[in-house]
Design a protein around this ligand. Structure first.
Ligand SMILES: [Zn+2]
Length: 308
């Protein structure tokens, strides 16, 4: 356990958020952010992160090799043993990230995970699902992401590809392709752009720069077309969650991402369809809005390596 200082690092497409957490104080003692660099040799970005970690640990009065652990979230598939497999968001090919970080820092306790999975772990530790061990988190943003935590641990899956909830097929008759190349993925209806698409294509709602927030606001005000749009979104997502429950049987669902700012209307409508499509043993599972926002990844990264 050592000095109880842990690094949590959340690598995003535009910035890398870094925190130094003290388990003795149960708080972040330092936070900072550096720009992430896309489509460059991965060693440049990794080198920048390690340099910053050295500065931050020096400020806390220790050398980098003395910290108790380093956890890292990456916006792409990461295997259980910490290999990043072709991260399109960073332009990386296959990178054995944990081995590289161990070599550069002298720290043995290093873990890496997919950012959506890591965020789910953060919400289980310090957020909406604190106290639970089995959770599925859905992130509704530009796309639809997913994270699975089983018995307090991230489920990375074969080739790091577990939790890709956004690419569950929910509409086999769809004519347009999803970003993944398939047709009728959940992401095409439950992401911020997906919800706007439903409103435009099925209900002819047209307004310049229409956003998912506009639609939820109108639904709350009782607008019929907006309510129908939300209903279709909820039917796709709620049904998908019931299918997920049939396989994972989580104790709780967490719904996060920018779209979730619409609030409890999402939980109410989605769980209505969840209940309709769930078998008896899986009904009445709680669903909560995520609590930690963009800090979830950092907390989850720390949780991966704490107390090990
Ligand atoms: Zn897809």
């Amino acid at each position: 356990m050592g000095n109880g200082l842990y690094f949590g690092i959340d690598v995003g497409g535009t910035a890398v958020k870094m925190s130094l957490y003290s388990s003795k104080e149960d708080s972040m003692v330092e936070n900072c952010s550096i720009p992430s660099i896309k489509n460059e040799d991965e060693n440049i970005l990794i080198g920048n992160i390690v340099r910053k970690m050295k500065e931050m640990s020096a400020e806390a009065g220790v050398s980098i090799s003395e910290v108790s652990g380093i956890g890292i979230g990456i916006p792409g598939p990461v295997t259980a043993d910490g290999k990043v497999l072709k991260c399109a968001n960073l332009g990386w090919d296959i990178v054995d990230l944990t081995t590289i970080i161990k070599e550069l820092t002298g720290v043995e306790n290093v873990e890496a995970g997919n950012d959506a999975n890591v965020a789910a772990l953060g919400e289980i530790w310090k957020g909406a699902a604190a106290g639970y061990k089995d959770a599925v988190m859905v992130t509704l943003g530009t796309g639809v992401g997913g994270g699975i935590v089983i018995d307090g641990h991230i489920r990375a899956g074969h080739r790091g590809a577990a939790g890709e909830i956004g690419h569950i097929t929910v509409e086999p008759e769809e004519s347009e392709a999803c970003g993944c190349g398939c047709r009728g993925c959940l992401e095409q209806y439950a992401s911020a752009t997906g919800i706007v698409d439903i409103a435009k294509k099925r209900f002819g709602i047209c307004k310049e720069n229409l956003t998912a927030k506009d639609i939820f606001d109108a639904a709350k005000a009782g607008d019929e077309k907006a309510l129908k749009t939300v209903d279709i979104f909820a039917a796709y997502l709620g049904t998908a969650l019931s299918n997920i429950a049939n396989v994972i049987a989580p104790e709780i669902f967490i719904i996060g991402g920018g779209v979730s700012a619409a609030g409890n209307i999402i939980i109410e409508k989605v769980m209505e369809y969840y209940e309709k499509n769930s078998m008896y043993a899986l009904r009445d599972i709680p669903a909560r809005l995520a609590k930690l926002g963009n800090m979830a990844g950092m907390y989850g990264a720390i949780k991966m390596v704490i107390g090990r």
